[in-house]
Design a protein around this ligand. Structure first.
Ligand code: NAD
Ligand code: UFG
Length: 342
């Protein structure tokens, strides 16, 4: 069986995907420029899993580097996770985002063209749906991204559709992630935001650890049962399993097939429910304060996860309790993230 080329493998989701693949004995070829990650993440994955991981520090916009890697390595498929992902930053620097995310993907595809790799799994996002007309969101819901980042994801999905239409040797799965949280149950790898976290779970963890004074809950007057926003939080290990299921689904897919699949649990959880669950399962306080709504937040967003079950035989298994417990284990064992000695 050929190796899996994993772009962005040193990142939060990539490191967990590699831990699962390598845990099953699959060889991974990780390509990352470490713009938002550290080689330490890959070192830790290696300590967890017996499968081999080849690591290349390279930018996906460097065609010559990608060609050299593909010539050297025997890859059968690619999981493309490399990208910039900060929504606010994408509004500030749309050209930078387009160049890194869209042109980067086109460069990767050009390099793959000269190789035998024709199986492609892409990290897309539920952000492509924009403001939902109704929930749960299935994959046929209209796409109306609200940021350059979301537009990048949709544009890349379009590029991949065009690719497979022009050359049916390709098989593609776009995975639209909902809200990945949590960490590997060992506490060895996890999410390591380089700056002040934008997302809820890392902020909760850092507040519990005392690195932040208190959590601001953005809005308590939404039309939901407790007034706080609802999201579909999915354990990053379930998400990682979803990538293995996607690779399997590509094996039995028809040539030229392009599938788009939500990765979510199908269950909505409020901000307050998540924070209270975190306190309960970890026995630790998370000081919080209610503050204004965050501009652009949608009140309720969760997946219809039926297609993933039907087409890939995959469903999320882990609970909100698991997500909170594992996120805290990672945070408490690595208070400074990957800068903490292992
Ligand atoms: P991350 O920032 O932790 O990982 C992305 C990795 O890609 C990093 O290691 C970074 O160094 C690398 N990278 C970025 N640009 C690169 C380039 N030009 N060349 C080589 N490497 C490059 O982010 P993540 O949370 O692990 O997200 C992985 C993917 O999933 C991204 O494409 C992201 O847009 C997507 N996604 C993430 C979420 C989420 O909430 N975390 C939700 C939906 C989709
Ligand atoms: N929240 C707080 N306080 C915080 C951080 C977040 O109350 O300090 C709230 C937000 O207002 C929101 C919920 O927690 O109601 C979840 O917020 P996140 O930022 O963790 O997640 P979002 O769903 O808002 O955003 C995520 C990804 C984006 C992606 C978007 C849509 O971070 O990249 O989903 O799919 F664009």
């Amino acid at each position: 069986m050929g190796s899996v080329l994993v772009t962005g493998g040193a990142g939060y989701i990539g490191s967990h995907v590699m831990a699962v693949l390598a845990g099953q004995g699959r060889r991974c070829v990780c390509v990352d420029n470490f713009s938002n990650s550290s080689p330490e993440a890959v070192a830790r994955v290696r300590s967890l899993a017996p499968g081999a991981i080849a690591l290349y520090e390279a930018d996906i916009r460097d065609l010559a580097a990608l060609r050299a890697i593909l010539a050297k390595e025997d890859c059968a498929s690619v999981i493309h996770m490399a990208g910039l992902k900060a929504v606010g930053e994408s509004v500030e620097f749309p050209e930078r985002y387009h160049d890194n995310n869209v042109r980067g993907t086109q460069c990767l595809l050009e390099a793959l063209h000269d190789s035998s790799v024709r199986r492609f799994v892409f990290s897309s996002s539920a952000t492509v749906y924009g403001i939902p007309e109704r929930v749960p969101l299935d994959e046929t819901a209209p796409t109306r991204p609200q940021s350059p980042y979301g537009e990048n994801k949709l544009e890349i999905e379009g590029v991949l559709a065009g690719l497979a239409a022009g050359d049916p040797a390709w098989r593609v799965i776009n995975l639209r992630y909902f809200n990945p949280v949590g960490a590997h149950p060992s506490g060895t790898i996890g999410e390591d935001p380089s700056d002040i976290p934008n997302n809820l779970m890392p902020f909760v963890c850092q507040t519990a650890a005392g690195r932040r004074e208190r959590l601001a809950i953005f809005g308590a007057d939404y039309p939901t049962a407790d007034g706080t926003c609802i999201r579909d939080y999915i354990h990053v290990m379930d998400l990682a399993d979803g990538h293995v299921a996607a690779l399997r689904a590509l094996d039995s897919a028809a040539d030229g097939e392009v599938m788009t699949v939500n990765l979510g649990t199908g269950r909505g959880v409020s901000v307050l429910e998540l924070v209270n669950t975190f306190e309960r399962v970890n026995g630790i306080r998370v000081p919080r304060v209610y503050s204004d709504r965050r501009p652009g937040d949608v009140p309720v967003c969760y997946a219809d996860a039926t297609r993933a079950r039907r087409t890939m035989g995959w469903s999320a298994r882990r609970t909100i309790e698991d997500m909170c417990r594992d996120a805290w284990r990672w945070q408490s064992r690595n208070p400074e993230g990957y800068a903490t000695a292992s």
